[in-house]
Design a protein around this ligand. Structure first.
Ligand code: NAD
Length: 295
């Protein structure tokens, strides 16, 4: 039976590969980390000796790597040479738009089908199979990738041609970073003006200030019990990853001469927060930097 190659079994890739195996796919996994490979094996995958070994004979290749330089190195160094001509190549990592387009073009030049398919949703969504995939590539390649992506997520949306998945991801996360900071500022000001946080939430969540940052991820403990603010900002989406995505957004904006002053401001605030030791906290913990209560 043809198998699926899965490369990059970290926080996100681990659960994604496990869900493919659970859905009945034969998964052949590779990671530089022996511990990550052991976990993948426990979750139903077979261990491969290298990326090339995992990819040989695969009908689909899925990668979930840290950044653009890893994606370029693994595709250009191993995957392109080892992949079957009929395989569908799907990179789910969050990387810069320029690298996504360039690696996608290199695949096309070799007659290989490749898509960029970054995700929204954190580790819990990766484990639970509820990720949202934003996909860049041709409609034909998208149709071939969709069955695999649907086994790892609940929303699979084609954003456009190669690189469009990464473009959608950085625009979405830039907006998220900005809206989180705005929500934090509003709660701080409300409290200083004498408003109870729950009362302000009850009003603003039903008025025009409403946003996902407020109603699903409220940075103040209390109003949204499932939000990381209720567990000392542990877990969730790390400020370091928000900073990474904001940097990618600024880089993309520079490339097309788009003016993003609020995105730039959000990036500098997360840079300061990370520098003061906040990188590992959930990104809503930026409220502690803004209200002066951070260490
Ligand atoms: P991670 O660092 O936990 O995992 C990356 C894995 O890739 C590691 O296990 C590492 O050993 C492996 N790796 C690196 N180079 C390799 C190589 N050459 N060959 C084989 N394996 C290699 O990162 P993560 O949190 O799983 O994130 C993966 C991607 O998903 C990133 O691009 C990240 O921005 C994105 N993302 C993460 C989250 C999140 O909440 N963690 C949410 C959305 C998107």
């Amino acid at each position: 039976m043809p198998h699926v190659a899965f490369i990059g079994l970290g926080n996100m890739g681990s659960g994604m590969a496990a869900n493919l195996a659970k859905a009945g796919r034969e998964v052949r996994a590779f990671d530089l980390s022996a511990a990550a490979l052991d976990t993948a094996q426990k979750n139903g995958a077979a261990k491969a000796a290298s990326a090339a070994d995992a990819v040989k004979g695969a009908e689909a290749v899925i990668t979930m790597l840290p950044a653009g330089k890893h994606v370029r190195a693994v595709y250009e160094g191993e995957i392109f040479a080892a992949a079957d001509q009929n395989a569908i190549l799907i990179d789910c990592s969050t990387i810069d738009v320029a690298t996504a387009k360039s690696v996608g073009a290199a695949a096309a030049a070799k007659g290989l089908a490749m898509l960029d398919a970054p995700v929204s949703g954190g580790i819990a969504a990766a484990n639970g199979g509820t990720l949202t995939f934003m996909v860049g590539g041709t409609a034909d390649h998208f149709a071939r990738a969709e069955p695999y992506l649907k086994q790892m997520g609940k929303n699979v949306i084609r954003a456009g041609d190669s690189g469009a998945g990464q473009a959608a991801k950085v625009c979405n996360n830039m907006l998220l970073g900005i809206s989180m900071i705005g929500t934090c500022e509003a709660f701080i000001l409300a409290q200083k003006l004498g408003l109870d946080p729950q009362t302000f939430f009850d009003i603003s969540s039903k008025a025009s200030g409403q946003s996902w940052s407020m109603t699903s991820y409220c940075p103040v403990p209390g109003p949204v019990p499932s939000a990381p603010s209720n567990r000392d900002y542990e877990g969730g989406f790390a400020a370091a990853l928000m900073l990474k995505d904001l940097k990618l957004a600024l880089e993309a904006a520079q490339g097309v001469e788009a003016s993003v002053p609020m995105g730039a401001q959000a990036e500098s605030l997360y840079q300061v927060f990370a520098g003061l030791g906040g990188a590992g906290k959930d990104f809503s913990a930026i409220i502690k930097l803004l209200d002066g209560s951070w260490k």
